[in-house]
Design a protein around this ligand. Structure first.
Ligand code: NDP
Length: 445
């Protein structure tokens, strides 16, 4: 058995109930054989097994009082996965599906993604099985305060810097920071990113993941003598990443014909009215199906994943994990797909990913393509340290440069290790080598 297989068997035995985590590990390991052939010192230092075991896992009780006066209890998580390159960095996800396997898959991917940005940040992730959907503002605030009452002792601007993810946007980050500040009695706003502009947030952070995704996809297409102009795009999701991906895709001349939420998808062949989607999902917080009240000629397809049956040139999964299955991939390819840009984390199953690569579809993998969010978070940390703000144009320019650089590094790693133009393998390899080198240099065992 090779070293990589042996480690994977150990990881499977130790984490057998965490299927998303195992999926993420397997996907990275598939790219690493040539790396271990070239660098036997990594196996001697048992880097892989060390990487798969989080440095620290914090699980905690989050009691809070609902509007009827009843005490509710949720579970809180923070996984400080790897700090070899900098303070742990990664978002918090509030969703009923959250359990340790989801937080670990996200934290594991975050290690490599953060390394790819070239910025000095380690990997971590956290969250809760609390679902903000349907809760009042006051309930969300009380939950966030209780969550932070435990979390504050484990984080800090040089220790661990959480941010948002599914279910955690500007509102939640505000309540979390408010509680942190009250408990600590200091204005350490570098402890969280994705903050509002009024208390140390960075311009472009809100837009960064979606914009960065499109900068990356544009670069990938241009490298392959293609462009976004006139391309038909289907986006899944209607949250932070999806809406800013839609905005930038439209600005770059693409025609976005579909978007979705967890219940279904709207298909508007004339092009999605993004202003209306924002009004429905961000302000009214209702189902995306209400789009048809304004545009009766649009079509509504029920069910999560229903958008992938719509013929398109570019698919941008921006909702959640395992959104594009093998069946969806087959339909997309049969309908003439050119490229996939992963805005969400692990939105494509491993089988679907392999199918897309086997059929020469250009794939912009999540670790690289959605790294713009965390990269801009790191820029927010820099601005907080300097007590200074860059302009929108300046942050946007830096974001674009970072995305272009990630594409270049992923491509070069892919080529160097014999994968040709395979950004999935290249992103895994380039990220892995950065982290392995930092771990080797520090001893770290
Ligand atoms: P939001 O909460 O803003 O939006 C999530 C969207 O996806 C919503 O439209 C939601 O539908 C849908 N969705 C969420 N969970 C599920 C589910 N289990 N099944 C079906 N649909 C679901 O999250 P973000 O836009 O911030 O995050 C989207 C993805 O991007 C996630 O994978 C996240 O990890 C990733 N990401 C986010 C970054 C960021 O900066 N925010 C950075 C990098 C990656 P509904 O409205 O019905 O709930």
């Amino acid at each position: 058995m090779t070293y990589i297989n042996e480690v994977f068997e150990n990881v499977k035995n130790r984490n057998s109930n965490e299927k998303e985590f195992l999926q993420a590990v397997e996907e990275v390991f598939e790219s690493l054989t040539p790396v271990f052939e070239k660098h036997p010192q990594y196996a001697e230092a048992n880097i892989l097994e060390r990487l798969c075991e989080p440095e620290r896992q914090i699980l905690f009780r989050v009691p809070w009082v609902d509007d009827s006066g009843k005490i509710q209890v949720n579970r809180g998580f923070r996984i400080q996965f790897n700090g070899a390159r900098g303070p742990y960095k990664g978002g918090l996800r509030f969703h009923s599906s959250v359990y340790i396997g989801i937080v670990k898959f996200l934290g594991f991917e975050q290690i490599f993604k953060n390394a790819l940005t070239g910025l000095p940040i380690g990997g971590g992730k956290g969250g809760s099985d609390f679902d903000p959907k349907g809760k009042s503002n006051a309930e969300v605030m009380r939950f966030c305060q209780s969550f932070m009452t435990e979390l504050y002792r484990h984080i800090g601007p040089d220790v661990d810097v959480p941010a948002g993810d599914i279910g955690v946007g500007g509102r939640e980050i505000g309540y979390l920071y408010g509680q942190y500040r009250r408990i600590k009695g200091t204005f350490e706003n570098g402890v969280l990113t994705g903050k509002g502009l009024s208390y140390g947030g960075s311009l472009v952070r809100t837009e960064a993941t979606g914009f960065g995704l499109l900068y990356f996809v544009e670069e990938m297409l241009s490298f392959n003598n293609q462009s976004l102009h006139g391309k038909k795009v289907v986006i899944s999701g209607a949250g932070n990443v999806a809406t800013y991906a839609c905005q930038k895709a439209q600005e770059l001349g693409a025609l976005v014909i579909a978007m979705s939420d967890s219940r279904g998808c709207i298909y508007d062949e004339n092009g999605i009215d993004l202003g209306l989607v924002r009004e429905l999902k961000e302000i009214k917080r209702v189902d995306i199906s209400e789009y048809l009240d304004t545009y009766p000629n649009a079509e509504y397809k029920k069910g999560f994943g229903s958008g992938w049956s719509i013929p398109c040139d570019i698919a941008l999964p921006c909702a959640t994990q395992n959104d594009i299955t093998l069946e969806h991939a087959k339909t997309l390819v049969a309908n003439g797909l050119l490229a996939v840009g992963e805005g969400a984390n692990m939105p494509t199953t491993n089988e679907a990913l392999q199918y897309l690569l086997d059929h020469n579809i250009l794939v912009a993998p999540a670790k690289a393509a959605n790294a713009g969010g965390v990269a801009t978070s790191a820029l927010e940390m820099s601005q907080n340290s300097m007590r200074y703000n860059w302009t929108f144009e300046e942050v946007d320019r830096k974001l674009k440069e970072i995305m272009i650089n990630i594409h270049k590094n992923a491509y070069e790693a892919s080529k160097e290790y014999g994968f040709g133009y395979n950004l999935v393998a290249g992103a895994n390899i380039a990220g892995f080598i950065q982290v392995a080198e930092a771990m080797m240099a520090q001893g770290d065992y």
